[in-house]
Design a binder for this molecule. Structure first.
Ligand SMILES: Cc1cc2nc3c(=O)[nH]c(=O)nc-3n(C[C@H](O)[C@H](O)[C@H](O)COP(=O)(O)OP(=O)(O)OC[C@H]3O[C@@H](n4cnc5c(N)ncnc54)[C@H](O)[C@@H]3O)c2cc1C
Length: 99
């Protein structure tokens, strides 16, 4: 869990730092960060919820909301499946320009 959180933090900060100065900004970098970080967030909250057992699924426990929010993040601000397709197309097109 710690590794996933730290890897997500590193990738999102790197994308932010790169796009703060890149002209034009690399959308595929931001997409990679959104897709990776939200997926990692779901995995981490899933593991955390498991630690709480049945209590983790009840509304008395904050884990339930954290897990639900994590699941929503794969859909909001662009569905991850579609973002991955857009990012892949941009990467392929960048590769074709280099060749
Ligand atoms: C918590 C939350 C907050 C939100 N906040 C906002 C907000 O503030 N403002 C706002 O405007 N909207 C908001 N939304 C809406 C959100 O942007 C949409 O739910 C999102 O864009 C997905 O659209 P959809 O629900 O119509 O799903 P659809 O686009 O119908 O997608 C349904 C499924 O089909 C798949 N799919 C669709 N097209 C393709 C394709 N071409 N190739 C492969 N798979 C595909 C998707 O991956 C997904 O699994 C929010 C959603 C949530 C869950």
């Amino acid at each position: 869990m710690f590794t996933k959180v730290e890897a997500s933090r590193a990738l999102s900060r790197a994308a932010m730092a790169y796009n703060a100065t890149a002209q034009p900004p690399a959308l595929e970098y931001a997409i990679a960060a959104k897709v990776y970080c939200t997926q990692a967030c779901l995995e981490v909250t899933d593991t955390a919820l498991q630690l709480f057992g049945g209590l983790g699924l009840t509304r008395d426990c904050p884990m339930e909301k954290l897990y639900r929010d994590a699941r929503a993040s794969l859909i909001e601000d662009g569905v991850n499946d579609v973002l991955a397709l857009v990012g892949a197309r941009r990467l392929l097109s960048a590769t074709q320009h280099v060749q």
